[in-house]
Write a protein that binds this ligand. Sequence first.
Ligand code: S3P
Length: 166
Amino acid sequence: MKTVVLTGMMGSGKTTVGSSLAVYFHLQFFDIDKIIEEKEQMSISKIFELYSEDYFRRLEKDTIKNIFKSSDTIISLGGGAFEDEETRQFLNENSTVIYLQTSAETILQRLKDDKTRPLLCDNMSLEKIQNLIDIREKNYETASHIITTDNKKPLEIIREIIGVLL
Ligand code: S3P
């Protein structure tokens, strides 16, 4: 099966959905943020704090390049990875990209007590999240499939994705 890549905002459910899809299809699962944290022996927040966002973005881009295989894997990206043009074009050409589309209201609800997202934890507001969606949406929308996630349980989302993949 062609590799499936999940993209979308923080809190859209990429990791939950991706790991379940991997179990369902008996495929290997890669969570890019987790791979970076394990390799650097540091949380994403610490990488942002000690180095910089730019440094993290380079790690993110290299990690995607290094682990990518064109078949039989499910990859969950960090929410900002699809902003890099080269990464986006490469993944769109070589995998099935699924955008998990989630409203700012739902993201705020899900992440309001979360302290692990450096881009939001200083100022977790609806405006900040909406602003980030507005900047990123056009890139997310280049994905092969768009699946809305508001008011859906993970199982419903997983079923929907299985439906578009089979
Ligand atoms: C980011 C999303 C995070 C993580 C980092 C930056 C972003 O991943 O890569 O905090 O720019 O949206 P998740 O989307 O898995 O939370």
